[in-house]
Write a protein of this length. Structure first.
Length: 406
């Protein structure tokens, strides 16, 4: 959304059409008359051009692209306001049959002067950093997955069986892959793909270490990991996508932001609803669908709900419906800092204990132990007052006593 620097009305409206090596600027006044001629500015000239040609009364608008936040940070203290818009929202640009840089910058300025451009939220630096970490980790996972698929294809082509065990790409199976009875060319391809998997998995581990350190210091993460199917990584993906939950006055706004709301056509006597819009943050949808897949396998309530709706909707739509409901639960637990209404104290305690070890006990705040961390957040959620032991595999850990009133 626009970041207003002054309560006064802007004097000019400046549209910036940003590219990799340069930008094109144009400006209009409140009556949409062009008052700034077209200017092509390279990034090496940008600071000098900004100081010379932009004024404190200018309202600047630019589209979201790779280097938008860098440009935003350089502009925001220098002008009246900076508004960032999502490209599909600028219909006159995206649907134009003939378009060039000059026309794009002028259309941006004109629409901004008319008040027709909805701005997007500008995240603070810590949210940008976490989004970058999460996105890079997903890229490494996809890179490894593609390489694994190529190795599967080679086995299929030669009618060869996978190595025994549940982890065919474990390092202990390196000799199996590198000594496959295939041609020299395919053996080279196998080696390249194997090294790609090793590289991508190592990079993903380094990124996860950084994500886990941030998760250990974020008090919102324990609120989320109480939900079924939400682990540390999913929780951080959700928080990176959402930012400040107070931006969403209702759960419906959050569902719409994720693109999990249904398409609606309501005109005259016609009312139709269709599939989900998918007009929102893809990473948030991914996180909630991932959580839904786990929830229907591990949580009694969600498993029963899934079995009730799946015969009518089919598996994909049923999973999306549960993802949407879990996102509503996310809004409530973050907004109210409360326990989920379907929370089982023992399961929540296990999730918190697992989270403590996932992020590293040494990273926990106030030098807490994993058990003390678990008890603290159980009390915070108002759960497990009478829970004295934590079942963990074949072991049974004793929890510190609860501080909740009897």
């Amino acid at each position: 959304m626009a970041q207003e620097q002054s309560s006064h009305k802007p004097e000019r409206y400046i549209g910036l059409d940003i590219h990799k090596k340069y930008l094109v600027a144009a400006g209009v006044d409140a009556e949409q008359n062009q008052v700034m001629p077209f200017r092509k500015v390279t990034w090496g000239q940008f600071d000098a051009w900004m100081e010379k040609h932009l004024k404190p009364g200018d309202a600047v608008v630019l589209e979201m692209t790779t280097n938008t936040w860098e440009v935003y940070d350089r502009l925001v203290e220098h002008v009246h306001s900076v508004t960032v818009v999502h490209p599909p929202h600028v219909a006159l640009i995206t649907r134009a049959q003939v378009m060039n840089d000059k026309r794009a910058s002028l259309i941006l300025a004109t629409l901004h002067a008319a008040g027709l451009l909805p701005g997007i939220w500008v995240p603070p630096q810590e949210v940008r950093d976490m989004r970058a970490l999460v996105a890079q980790r997903h890229k490494m996972v996809r890179l490894a997955t593609r390489a694994k698929n190529r190795l599967h294809a080679i086995l299929h082509r030669h009618h060869l069986a996978l190595p025994e065990g549940s982890q065919p790409f474990h390092p202990k199976h390196e000799d199996f892959w590198l000594e496959l009875p295939v041609s020299e060319v395919e053996r080279t391809i196998v080696q390249v793909n194997w090294e790609t998997i090793v590289f991508a998995q190592r990079q993903a581990e380094l990124l996860e270490e950084c994500i886990n350190k941030a998760a250990a210091q974020d008090d919102r993460v324990p609120l989320l990991v109480q939900l079924p199917g939400v682990g540390t990584l999913v929780a951080m993906t959700v928080l990176a996508a959402i930012g400040d939950i107070s931006r969403f006055p209702s759960e419906k706004k959050l569902v719409g932001y994720a693109g999990l709301g249904a398409r609606v056509h309501d005109s005259g006597q016609t009312h139709r609803s269709g599939r989900i819009t998918k007009r929102g943050r893809k990473d948030l949808r991914w996180a909630m669908v991932t959580a839904a897949h786990h929830a229907v396998r591990s949580h009694p309530y969600w498993k029963a709900y899934y079995e009730w709706i799946e015969p009518r909707l089919g598996r994909p739509k049923a999973i999306v419906a549960i993802a949407r409901k879990l996102l509503v639960a996310v809004w409530h637990v973050l907004t109210e800092e409360c326990a989920d209404r379907f929370a089982d104290p023992t399961k929540v305690a296990c999730s918190l204990f697992k989270h403590a070890y996932r992020v590293g006990v040494r990273n926990l705040p106030d030098d807490m132990s994993a058990l003390a961390f678990t008890r603290y957040h159980l009390d915070r959620l108002g759960l497990g007052r009478d829970l004295t032991h934590l079942p963990w595999g074949s072991r049974n850990f004793r929890l510190p006593p609860s501080e909740l009133a009897g």
